[in-house]
Design a protein around this ligand. Sequence first.
Ligand SMILES: CC(C)=CCC/C(C)=C/CC/C(C)=C/CC/C(C)=C/COP(=O)(O)OP(=O)(O)O
Ligand SMILES: O=P(O)(O)OC[C@@H](O)CO
Ligand SMILES: [Mg+2]
Length: 264
Amino acid sequence: MPTTPTLPPLLPRLLDTLAGYRQQGRKALAVLLDPDDFAADRLLHFVALTRQHPIDFFLVGGSLVLTEHQAALIALLKAEAPQVPVLLFPSHALHVDPAADGILLLSLISGRNPDFLIGQHIVAAPRLRQSGLQVLPTGYMLVDSGRPTTASYISGTAPLPHDKPSIAAATAMAGEQLGLRLMYLDGGSGAQQPVSAAMIRAVRQAVDTPLIVGGGLNTGEKIYTALAAGADLVVVGNHLERTPNFLADAVAAVREAEHGLARI
Ligand SMILES: CC(C)=CCC/C(C)=C/CC/C(C)=C/CC/C(C)=C/COP(=O)(O)OP(=O)(O)O
Ligand SMILES: O=P(O)(O)OC[C@@H](O)CO
Ligand SMILES: [Mg+2]
């Protein structure tokens, strides 16, 4: 007798977890690892650090991504830190890998490039369905950070103006009305200046979804500011790649923001 295929749950567990953070005022930290900068010995050292200074998620992604690098990176994370969920942060339909736990299914709503709004998603959809990955539909907004970033260049889109919180708020509002469940404000990898507190506050007030903020968060102060302005989850990539010991400061800043302590 043919079996009825089981459809994935409407609200995946990871999305539930993030929505829960928002309701409980819990703040979270994700570390972005770029598969193309994969070096097993450095990674092992970094994962050991995360045992002393626990993080909430690993994000795995980059603008190019050679498949075997991504697979090796996920395998290492699953072997060494099985308790930390691994979320794909893809820039292309080719980057779907069922070995991760979930995927930030980004729709680049700050841009006007149909391929990154819906095109890549159509190509990825059957493989995503088959993969069993938890799908987290995410409104992805690139924000001008003073210079072109890899993501703005690769996507061929103009980022949101840095000093226009109201445009970011309306963009997020439209994304939420279209059914997106997370919002991600990103200054872009290696941003010169992070997304402003005013913009984070405006988006926070405009939507009810959990809010992710990343790009150029390279001091505890910047992390604290982003969280205090309303981010639920901050993402740190480049600075931790270069300076793994920054993890202690990053985790401390997240805990301070969570407890509403004033920074000295
Ligand atoms: C539907 C699927 C599966 C994919 C499409 C996903 C979309 C729409 C992506 C939005 C646009 C985009 C190109 C995002 C890039 C996100 C990313 C992985 C940034 C990290 O950039 P790096 O390549 O690490 O930058 P650097 O290494 O140069 O600092
Ligand atoms: O590498 P950084 O600048 O920390 O940025 C992380 C992430 O938000 C990039 O998309
Ligand atoms: Mg990178």
